[in-house]
Write a protein of this length. Structure first.
Length: 60
């Protein structure tokens, strides 16, 4: 699949955004005292990482 420059930049931006969200969610989880909320934050962080990896797959 060939992507143009604009699409490449958009994917890079999305990857960065997903990575930022994952980092923030992990940070919040580390500060969280409620076990259920902590687990939810960890799961959401992992989902954001997975999405970033899928997007990176378009760049290969």
């Amino acid at each position: 699949m060939n992507i143009n420059h604009m699409e490449l930049e958009n994917i890079r931006h999305l990857v960065g955004s997903h990575q930022t969200v994952a980092n923030k969610l992990e940070s919040y989880a580390n500060q969280c005292q409620d076990p259920q909320l902590k687990q939810m934050l960890i799961q959401d962080a992992q989902a954001a990482k997975n999405s970033a990896q899928k997007l990176i797959g378009f760049l290969q």
